[in-house]
Design a protein around this ligand. Sequence first.
Ligand code: COA
Length: 211
Amino acid sequence: VKILAIIGSGDLGQLIAYHALQTNKYNKVVFFDDFKKNNEVVGYGTNIGKTNEILEKFNKNEFDELIIGIGYKHMNIRAKLFNEFYNHITFANIIHDTSYIEKNVSLGEGNVILPGCVIDCNSKIGNNVLINTGCIIAHDATVKSHCFLGPGVNVAGFTEINECCIIGIGTTIIDNIKISSNIRTGGGAVVVQNLTEEGVYVGVPAKKLNK
Ligand SMILES: CC(C)(COP(=O)(O)OP(=O)(O)OC[C@H]1O[C@@H](n2cnc3c(N)ncnc32)[C@H](O)[C@@H]1OP(=O)(O)O)[C@@H](O)C(=O)NCCC(=O)NCCS
């Protein structure tokens, strides 16, 4: 039984803490949060320090595994913190019991897969990806590192979502599509063409929002 450290003790950090504690793999959760006082109890755990103390506390065995609990409003920080500690600290994969991941799926580190997801064969999930409730990722699809998928996203076969994308709730992406890095889709978007230009895409079929 292990101690999980979560970076960020806000709403997402608390959600991850709740699910981690349900798995029986972790008996305790601690947080690192630059905006909270040291030793302050925040929801499911205590804030044991600032992000610049993470490595030192890992080396002192104050926790076993790390995960990023910073949400989609701060995508750059999500990626930056993961990259800073990748290869130095063991990252967790928090996967809900009700999610089915086919055996030959390639799954990196630091991923959170919330309840009721299905990831079918030959698919690849990078590192530090959050897959919200009820997502379906069909066969041979790729979701690269640091992406954030909202609830109920459907990704069809052979589709590729590159790094740091935010895929909005209920987005459907048809098969064989390529989505470039740093792209966001709105709730309910239906993507039927490759998305190559950075920006926000909404509607059916998804079109770039000009703002
Ligand atoms: C797409 C989105 C990011 C845009 O947010 P925003 O930049 O604040 O944009 P606005 O609300 O100002 O909307 C701009 C225009 O896009 C339209 N629009 C916004 N979201 C849309 C959507 N999902 N589908 C279709 N049109 C949408 C608005 O109606 C508005 O149109 P108008 O200019 O004709 O009035 C947001 O609306 C959205 O869909 N977010 C999804 C959030 C999500 O998935 N959350 C789950 C997290 S776990």
